[in-house]
Design a protein around this ligand. Sequence first.
Ligand SMILES: Nc1nc2c(ncn2[C@@H]2O[C@H](COP(=O)(O)OP(=O)(O)O)[C@@H](O)[C@H]2O)c(=O)[nH]1
Ligand SMILES: [Mg+2]
Length: 321
Amino acid sequence: MDDLVQRFLNGERRALARIISRVENETPEGREYLRALFPHSGKTHTIGITGGAGSGKSTLTGALAAEYRRRGKTVGIAAVDPSSPFTHGAILGDRIRMQDLALDPGVFVRSMAGRGALGGLAPAIDEVVSIMDAFGFDYVVIETVGAGQDEVEIAGTALTTILVNNPGTGDDIQALKAGIIEIADILVVNKADHPGADVLVSQLQALLSLAPKGSRRPPILKTTATRGEGMDALADAIAAHRVELETTGQLEKHRAEDARHQVLSIARAILLEKIRQATPEHELQALVDRVAARQLDPHSAAEELAAAVEQSEPRAIKRRV
Ligand SMILES: Nc1nc2c(ncn2[C@@H]2O[C@H](COP(=O)(O)OP(=O)(O)O)[C@@H](O)[C@H]2O)c(=O)[nH]1
Ligand SMILES: [Mg+2]
């Protein structure tokens, strides 16, 4: 393990890839790496990119990464999207530029299916991001489909969250109603080469003007990710957002909230795992069946599960002695 950590700290990408795999698999060894590398994390600027499927999140992520490379910055990319065109470290799409990116040692891409042994999608992703952070990337971009609550939550834990919209889809206002807009620090109208981009910008502006006085109005930017257009302005807006976070004290608050979120979500996963261990599958099934048959209410069933953990704890300790 020490050797792998040393190679990681020396900047070896293969060591980074291996450690991420172990962390993703949620092995005890993976947790040891997290512990060892935690002191090296906390410097990166995390950027969440969320929006509907097909809105151009992956393309935008690649184009933004290319912009950062032009600025001499390094970028880690965590794509939490099973349909993501990031494959085997190669970003498909705008062929030439994207392939350059895949070969660039200043960019590291990790594609993850939305999974997690305990059904908790969030912890594994937070952890992968924290490993990328420890590796020393200037930016870590997290791409998630903005459909489910989990994805919104993941994107929301990033320092800067970007919501991608498209002209002429009609989905956008829907997404905004669903409360996703509340987590957006920057609104992007991507596919600005399509008709209706300016109309959508106006609609978004009108919507934002309804927000209570004094609340923050996220900037709205037009991009054509396939051509890399608008990336300079987007990178500037991200930098401006960071300055804003720093000067208003929001950065510290964000870090504190993120720490609380991480601790609680890991604690939740640990407790759930204990419950699963204390109750054999057939007993769990029997309990669930009684709830389905309305012989037992879900709350009482859950309390029975929790009580089984308390009963099994002393036994577990005895076994270890
Ligand atoms: N015309 C146009 N197409 C785009 C733009 N950005 C992405 N696309 C295309 O939209 C499709 C979906 O893009 P992708 O990045 O995979 O979307 P994701 O599902 O949100 O990650 C692909 O065919 C892209 O080439 C854009 O700015 N203009
Ligand atoms: Mg994608």
